[in-house]
Design a protein around this ligand. Structure first.
Ligand SMILES: [Fe+2]
Length: 242
């Protein structure tokens, strides 16, 4: 699946408030937006963390496409609630290395046109996002799926596949994108055995004589794993009573 909602929900009130009261944090680096033919022409953004900005002057292509370590940009000091939210998500998904952090804003009626993200950074990190603003009339779209996430929702996506974003609503769509290496499924230690049971059960069904028929499509190992995680999350919500 190219995009998948995750069970975590976050209170984004403080992060949104500190962004909204500091309009100068937007669009300090316009290269991504203004490049000829850019799919992001109608988007505003805040670079919170990426390749050190002094590397852009040395070699612009290497700056965007080459291997590098990410660093916090000065704007991160103006956005402590955003930085705290990033660190919470990083911890929740069990990351082992934090890459770039980008906030994007798509105004009402605008969109990001279809594209694939390339380069070392795009390929090296997994992509997570927390929705900061948006409603059901906006969507992050892939050819096999689309997601209209609401403020506080966490999701993960694969930007090596063709994707585009629409905002047909009457309010801004604002998203915090966090690039993380080595994230593991968000299982608590007590959930590893239930996961193994669900996963083994789902995998054994694929060897059943009825598997692969029209009524019972054969699932891939990744689909079995994704479904087992979903079942663990249902189990967790049931135990926690919500
Ligand atoms: Fe993209």
């Amino acid at each position: 699946m190219s995009i998948r909602a995750l069970p975590q929900k976050y209170d984004v009130t403080a992060a949104v408030a500190e962004i909204d009261r500091q309009p100068d944090v937007w669009n300090r680096y316009r290269d991504r937006l203004d490049r000829y033919g850019s799919p992001h022409t109608h988007v505003d953004d805040i670079w919170v963390r990426f390749n050190a900005i002094e590397n852009m002057e040395k070699d612009k292509i290497a700056f965007f496409q080459g291997e590098h370590e990410s660093v916090w940009y000065p704007v991160a000091d103006q956005l402590p609630a955003v930085r705290a939210l990033v660190e919470t998500v990083y911890s929740d998904v069990g990351g082992s290395k934090l890459g770039g952090v980008l906030i994007t804003r798509i105004p009402p009626g605008s969109s990001v046109s279809p594209h694939i993200d390339t380069g070392w950074h795009a390929g090296h990190y997994e992509k997570f996002a927390v929705q900061l603003k948006g409603n059901a009339q906006q969507a992050f779209c892939f050819q096999d799926a689309r997601l209209s996430s609401l403020p506080g929702d966490l999701y993960t996506f694969d930007n090596s596949k063709l994707h585009w974003v629409t905002n047909d609503s009457d309010e801004d769509r604002m998203t915090l994108i966090i690039c993380i290496k080595g994230a593991s499924p968000m299982l608590k230690p007590s959930e590893v055995i239930p996961f193994d049971l669900y996963f083994a059960s789902l995998m054994s069904m694929q060897a059943h004589p009825g598997a692969g028929t029209k009524e019972h499509r054969r699932l891939t190992m990744q689909e079995c794993s994704d479904m087992a995680v979903e079942m663990v999350m249902i189990r967790r919500r049931t135990i926690e009573g919500n």
